[in-house]
Design a protein around this ligand. Structure first.
Ligand code: ZN
Length: 110
């Protein structure tokens, strides 16, 4: 369950966060998925990626997720965050969330 909201200005702000170095298309804070452009609603891979984050955030409850995410971000950089690794590795598999075991991101924690 997630609400999808098109919010280009929020995504521009996130994109300018130090170290991001890319145009962010989607940003998820449970229960909302923010997109920079309404055409991304049709991007099943992107939506699947963000829904994986919804699941991770539900498991960890939101506050520890945000804390853990930013700790990992500053320690290891965006692409090595365990939540991102799970989401990127499985975003092409549109059935992933149907089969995903709880706390599956744990496998990516180093
Ligand atoms: Zn992500």
């Amino acid at each position: 369950m997630a609400w999808i909201i098109v919010a280009p200005r929020l995504l521009n702000l996130v994109s300018r966060f130090p170290g991001v170095n890319m145009q962010v298309r989607g940003y998820t804070i449970f229960p909302f998925i923010f997109l920079s452009n309404s055409t991304y609603k049709e991007d099943q891979v992107l939506i699947n990626h963000e829904r994986i984050h919804i699941r991770q955030q539900m498991e960890l409850l939101l506050i520890p997720f945000v804390f853990w995410y930013f700790m990992a971000y500053f320690r290891r950089g965006y692409r090595l965050i365990s939540f991102e690794q799970e989401a990127y590795e499985n975003e092409q598999n549109l059935d992933y969330l149907k089969r995903r075991k709880p706390f599956a991101f744990w496998k990516y924690v180093k």
